[in-house]
Design a binder for this molecule. Sequence first.
Ligand code: GLN
Length: 319
Amino acid sequence: MITIKEALLAAQAMLSDTHEASEAKLEAQLLLQHVLNVNRAWLITHESDALQTNTHAAFESLLNRRLTGEPIAHILGYREFFGFKLKVTPDTLIPRPDTETLVETALSKIPKNTTPAPFQRTSGSSDFQQYQDKMFDSEPRRDDSFDILDLGTGSGAIAIAIAKHAPYVEVTAADASTAALAIAKENAAALQISNVQFLSSNWFSSLKGTRFDIIVSNPPYIEQDDTHLSQGDLRFEPMSALASGADGLDDIRHIITTCIIHLKPQSWLMLEHGYNQAERVADLMANAGLVDIETIHDLGGNDRVTIGKNPLIVSTHWD
Ligand code: GLN
């Protein structure tokens, strides 16, 4: 029988053809942890244990799937994002670390402790309150809530990360794909997130008359002829979450030109985009009338997120 250490080294060697050494080692460990249902510390401290024949066979089968290019996130069934685990399937984009920049940017614009505590139902509520309770399955929206919209939520990564770190905001997570929404709902439930509501919507199509304090989106933004689409993990992800027209900006253009009627006064649109699209996204935002436009780098130093504000000011009277 082979030991854990020997199995890991053999797997690492095979993965090294297509992976950098550190990545090959990490992926070999992740696959074996998955088969054994153990954490990394256990695996490292049990390196000299023998691997049962059937466990070894199960490990080799996962390794072979990885060697044929299937994303590690699909084999494991999850991906870590912003410090938590998210279920992912071929129905959703696999969350990227780059997108954590978008979450951080949104969190930086949410007022701290100035928003009221989540809605509390009081006993002896008014007739109107009772009427509202009947009308809504869940908690009715407060007029003074801080509302965030995540367009094209996919696995729910962005919406859930924001909701988790700002439990006093109300997040709407929209997607045109019912399969993706089902995964996003599952992720929110598993993480016990209750301040996200899910909506089937093709961008803003189901949101007529609704305004938000922050709209975030990681839309598809890759050029439709980009050769990366036929390489690596991207081959296994939904094309609708990746590519968007000849210059990659079709969906971004649609969101920017439609957003203003969904933004409360002085509120923000925040978009993730390609490393070379910041200038074009900023121009589109300026043409749509947004102000205070700014681009934020991701951890790799690439332009990744551009934000713009609805300049309207709330007026209490008309002159
Ligand atoms: N950032 C992803 C990539 O380049 C693409 C995701 C997207 O289009 N939103 O692989």
